[in-house]
Design a protein around this ligand. Structure first.
Ligand SMILES: [Zn+2]
Ligand SMILES: [Zn+2]
Length: 281
């Protein structure tokens, strides 16, 4: 089974002791590529994902690592001109496939909402200038769809005209939020929380969406899927996400793995690593 983990924080300090062993375990589990999210602990460290991509480049025994760069909505209050200049530089690097994760988080409100919106807009402008897609983080406040409503409105008014699309990562919204994003050129990525008992709405969305618009991710080190819930997550466990989507769609995990790998490669125009043999369309 060959898979791509479309969202992992490989630069997390929680991997400093065993990062290479973790990548070996991922490869052994079938993971052939990982998109390492470059938000660091804030703008000052958003280059770390690119550093990791370069550190492990040319290793046929490990997954291919690509990077992103961006300012997470939690740290939007730290997004100054230096941060946007840094993002501008990072998005020019060929290993950096996307800008993100960016967006709105009204659950924690770690940055004021107007400042989150300003940082989101500014980063969409930088991404558009370099023709890079965006990876969206969106989390509403309790029992609300406020952040989804605002995010989709901003994507409609400020992003859809670029035609660049992006990824809604760790999807937790309602089905219509996903279909609206798909209409704007987005892929929908599912994470380990799809395995949690209370996540029936997420499973319903994963069952209903077109198979050619979905991705799988871990969001490691966060959100470890059952049976490892509560532990430090790692890319090898993306197979649990594939298995759950397969279960709710009544198809094989291999088909989920193959299709999501193909979706990622087609969207980013990346070469599928040579060791990944996909059946013909
Ligand atoms: Zn996120
Ligand atoms: Zn993340």
């Amino acid at each position: 089974m060959m898979m791509i983990d479309s969202h992992a924080h490989l630069d997390s300090a929680r991997y400093d002791e065993d990062r290479e062993a973790l990548l070996e375990r991922a490869f052994a589990a079938g993971v052939r590529a990982i998109l390492s999210i470059g938000i660091g602990d804030g703008p000052d460290t958003m280059h770390q994902a690119l550093d990791i991509s370069r550190e492990y480049t040319g290793r046929p025994d490990l997954p291919k690592i690509w990077a992103s760069a961006g300012v997470h909505p939690h740290e939007a209050r730290l997004a100054d001109e230096a941060a946007y200049a840094k993002l501008d530089h990072l998005l020019q690097q060929p290993e950096v496939l996307a800008c993100g994760e960016i967006g709105l988080d009204y659950f924690y409100d770690n940055s004021p909402r107007d400042i989150q919106k300003t940082a989101f807009t500014r980063q969409m402008e930088v991404a558009a200038a370099h023709k890079k897609p965006i990876i969206i983080h969106c989390r509403p406040s309790n029992n609300s769809t406020d952040a989804w409503d605002d995010t989709l409105a901003m994507l409609r008014s400020e992003w859809s005209r670029t035609g660049l699309g992006g990824i809604l990562h760790c999807f937790t919204g309602e089905l219509h939020h996903a279909t609206e994003a798909i209409d704007l050129g987005f892929l929908i990525s599912f994470a380990g929380n799809i395995t949690f008992p209370k996540a029936q709405p997420i499973r319903d969305a994963a069952a209903a969406l077109p198979l050619d618009r979905i991705l799988i991710e871990t969001d490691a080190p966060f959100l470890a899927p059952i049976p490892n819930r509560g532990k430090r997550n790692e890319p090898a466990w993306v197979k649990e996400v594939a298995a759950k989507i397969a279960e709710v769609r009544n198809i094989s995990p291999e088909e989920v793995a193959t299709r999501t790998t193909r979706n990622f490669s087609a969207f980013f125009g990346t070469e599928i690593p040579a060791s990944t043999h996909l059946p013909p369309r």
